[in-house]
Design a protein around this ligand. Structure first.
Ligand code: CU
Length: 103
């Protein structure tokens, strides 16, 4: 049991160390890129290169989030915690869509 716990901790630590930051820009009312594949534990870093506020949210089960009002130039990071498809929209601009595949 103790070996198992040690192995689990080691694997968790290794997973954390491999976590990446994946940048999604918001420019001209578009998520760039519009589709991305990441791994569990990776962080999606939302940027805002437009001169007005954006938002990003998802209602997808296990990966729900809402970054709230994102001002120009602000970076907001969201960790992807579970495997699945994450459909992201901007609450301010309903035509903005991003698809994140979490493996
Ligand atoms: Cu927007």
């Amino acid at each position: 049991m103790r070996k198992f716990v040690t192995l689990f901790i080691a694997l968790s630590f290794a997973t954390l160390c491999m976590a990446k930051d994946v940048i999604i820009d918001q420019k001209d009312k578009t998520f760039i890129p519009t589709k991305v594949t990441v791994h569990v534990g990776d962080n999606i870093v939302f940027k805002n290169s437009d001169g007005f506020a954006h938002n990003a949210f998802s209602d997808n089960k296990n990966n729900e989030f809402d970054i709230g009002m994102q001002r120009p130039g602000e970076d907001i990071s969201v960790k992807m915690k579970h495997v699945g498809i994450v459909e992201v929209e901007c609450a301010i601009h309903p035509n903005m869509h991003l698809k994140i595949v979490v493996k």
